[in-house]
Design a protein around this ligand. Sequence first.
Ligand code: F6R
Length: 247
Amino acid sequence: PVSVYPDQNSASKNVANRIAEIIRAKQEKGEKAVLGLATGATPVKVYQELIRLHKEEGLSFKNVITFNLDEYYPMQPDADQSYVTFMNKNLFEHVDIDPANVNIPDGTLAPDQVNAFCAAYEQKITAAGGLDIQLLGIGRTGHIGFNEPGSAPNSGTRVVTLDDLTRRDASRAFGGKENVPTKAITMGVGTIFKAREIILMAWTETKAEIIKKAVEGEISAEIPATYLQLSDHVEFILDEAAASLLT
Ligand code: F6R
């Protein structure tokens, strides 16, 4: 289903409240909530609201385990552009999560270690009980995570080559496209599909065209987000601008 909100703020609050509900429900049962998280501009306000819920309404992250979708490869965790830095600044350093419960693909591994790491990442998600919820943004290529055009529906966590458009869209943060890594480690489409709930968020008119293709277009590897049409537990959460081309 598709839900359209008047703006990014109200949509983000709604998503944050759903995450808070999962965390609280699990906590009552003495279980851990397992969250699949995304980086980029899209989820920033969700994280801001989660921080507010922590600071003002006592929401605790002590029983939360997180798995991030992706990381550039190679990437040092303390680099400004790393998704480790992003998550620390935008969420983790403001809440009471145990750093041992935070999982982000490791961009520092040698080429001969990375495949084993990817397999272990999948196993760690499974061992944690699977993802209760996965947050997604969408790239203008139609990528979810960094599953670029050509990604298989059953793909797992792996090293991928970034699309040229994705690298162009990232160029500002890196001071030029030539500085954007050509590769990334990403959860696969299959990894994302195993989550018990999937929320894809998109804001602003820059996403309107790809949202139309993702939601209404033919299902195809050319636009990996179209695979989400096959899931019965996905919700597209949009602002009016991102939804503006939907029929
Ligand atoms: C980020 C990720 C990407 C982004 C997408 C949109 O972890 O997996 O798929 O969600 O590139 O990025 P923004 O939100 O910056 O428009």
